[in-house]
Structure formats: structure tokens, C-alpha cells
Design a protein around this ligand. Sequence first.
Ligand SMILES: [Zn+2]
Length: 293
Amino acid sequence: MRLDDERESGNVEDLRGSRRRLPIGGRGAVGGIVAIVIIIGGLLLGVDPQVLLGIVGGVDGPAPQQQSAQMTSPGTGGEGTDPQRRFVAQILGSTEDVWSEQMQAIGRRYVAPKLVLFTGAVGSGCGVAQSAVGPFYCPNDQKVYLDLDFFRELQDRLGAKGDFARAYVIAHEVGHHVQNLLGLMSNVQAARQQLSPSDRNALSVLVELQADCHAGLWANHANREKHILEQGDIEQGLNAVAAVGDDRLQRAARGTVAPDKFTHGSSAQRVAWFSRGLQTGSMDQCNTFKKQQ
Ligand SMILES: [Zn+2]
């Protein structure tokens, strides 16, 4: 990607650095936040989909466990010198520019999300989350959470190389924020209560595919305005999207594929929706909830 001239967003909160031990499940410093709450919006990496059921930013996750986790607290961020942080801030800044315009076009104001960098575990408005859940968006506090180790995993374990693959991850989470601003998250949360587990999964897939489409839409506009994409970037992005498809992750984890347990969509679905956003750059084209022909 060509990002030399991209501004850095001021919305990165760097919680890496100094650490303290945090008892989770207790009634201590975190006021009894339920442990290991997983939030919709993760890219689902190595996490049993069952764990993700019934959450959507709520606190009905697994029962609290008496254990402690490494938790980061505000520390010294490596501002200015850390190329990964700079990259994240530039991509986030680019999403702010694109989505401000998009929202303005439909008569709405874009309130940018914060992006929290952390290591190990983090306290969020959706509870305490471990890095293992992958990057996620919490609608309650409107923040994207990212442990940069995920980028290494994306490359080494999932074979998704390149900076556009990493940009896609950020743009996907920001895509969830857009859904939240549009009121979709609360609608989904309400609808989920009435649904069977497999229908809940199907609904989750629609939410995730739309976030993929939003990620593609961002890339379309960022490239149209700033020419950020270079030769090979699109292939890298599509490769990353395919790498986080449920079928591929399930097959890698268990050797079998169970479509009713999909929560994010198959590789083919994810690639299709990301491509649709990328090619059209149109929010109208990202309506995964509309019956498809
Ligand atoms: Zn997601």
C-alpha cells in the first residue's frame, strides 16, 4: 500500500506497555465484569463459535472463572516511532475520511470510533476480552480493540500476507462501527433474543458479511481519492478475507465443516461481499439483509 501522505488518526488509544495483574470474575477493580466476554465483530480466530453465541456486546457469556489475566493499563505508547502503530493510525484515519463522507451523503454525522491497542487482555465496555478472540468491536463503548500480535498470526498461521490484509482487519471492525451508528447493532441484538442458535448464527453471518462489504467500500473510496493500492494489494486482501472464512477455519481446527455453526460466513461468501464493496463503493450494495437474487 502507498500510505506516505496519509494522516494519522488521533483516535488510537495505546494501552500497550505497563501491565498489571487483573483478577477476572471477582468483584474487584473491574466491578464484577463477567470474565471472557466475547464480542461480535471479532474475526473469529481459533475460538469455538459456541463461545460467541448470545453475546453481541452483552454480558451473557460463559460463567465467571476464578483466574487472572494479564491486563494492560494505560502506559507509555510508542508514539511517532512505531511503524505498526503508525500504520494502524493511518488506516484508521483513512476510514474516518471515507466514512465521514459516506455518512454525510445520507444526511448523517460520522462519529469516529476509538481504536485501542492492547496486549494479552483488555477491559472493554463489553467486558474483559483475551487476545485469543482476535480483533473486535464493542458497540457499548464504540471502540475497536486490536492486539497487534494478530497481524503476525494472520500472516504466519493463516497465510494472509501484506499490509492490505492488515488494513482489511481494521476496516472490517470499523465496518461494525458503521453498523452500530446506523442502528443495526441494537436491532440485531433485539432480534437475537427470539432466535434459535442456528438462526442466531445465520443472523451473525449477515452482520459479518456486511462488515466485510463495508471494508471493501472503504478500500474503494480510499483508493479512488488517494490511490493507496499498489500492484498485488487486492490479491492480498482477498486472500486475507478468504483466510478467515468459517469453513476454512473449521476445517483447519476440526477437519470438518458445519455450516449451521458459521458465524462469519464461508470464505466464498466473505470474498464475494468484500469484493462487492470494493467494486461498487456503494452502501446500498452492502445490504446483506436484503434477500439476494
Ligand atoms: Zn466482524
